[in-house]
Design a protein around this ligand. Structure first.
Ligand code: ZN
Length: 74
């Protein structure tokens, strides 16, 4: 469901479920890592459109989920 999650198509329950899953799923963590790399790359190379654009609100939500996942790994 990650693509729906990234598209913001899931309701709050599913989002929460996925955020909990991500905390314990290395492939998902890698996926989000590469996504963040993607976002960073698009910042570093303005004008290139290799990555799908992410709405700022969703990007913030992903970062929050990522931080929560990191916090739970400690
Ligand atoms: Zn997963």
């Amino acid at each position: 469901m990650l693509s729906e999650y990234l598209d913001g198509d899931l309701d709050d329950f599913d989002c929460r479920h996925i955020e909990e899953h991500i905390a314990d799923c290395p492939p998902c963590i890698d996926f989000i890592k590469s996504l963040r790399k993607c976002v960073q790359a698009s910042h570093d190379f303005k004008g290139r459109e290799e990555c799908p654009s992410i709405p700022p609100e969703l990007e913030g939500r992903l970062k929050a989920a990522w931080q929560a996942a990191l916090a739970r790994k400690k």
